[in-house]
Design a binder for this molecule. Structure first.
Ligand SMILES: [Zn+2]
Length: 51
């Protein structure tokens, strides 16, 4: 069973961590902040197609 992970960085404390793409509760495990930067992985939005 393939489980994709996305890598996030917390905007508050700078902690980097990975979450499953199935995980809908996106928050920092360190400080519980919900403002995160997506570093790697599939973005939520798929409507950007520039060519
Ligand atoms: Zn944090």
């Amino acid at each position: 069973m393939l489980e994709e992970t996305r890598r996030f960085k917390c905007a508050e404390c700078g902690h980097e961590f990975e979450l499953s793409s199935k995980d809908k509760d996106l928050k920092c495990p360190e400080c519980k902040n919900k403002i995160l930067f997506l570093l790697e992985g599939e973005s939520m939005k798929k409507n950007s197609c520039s060519s």
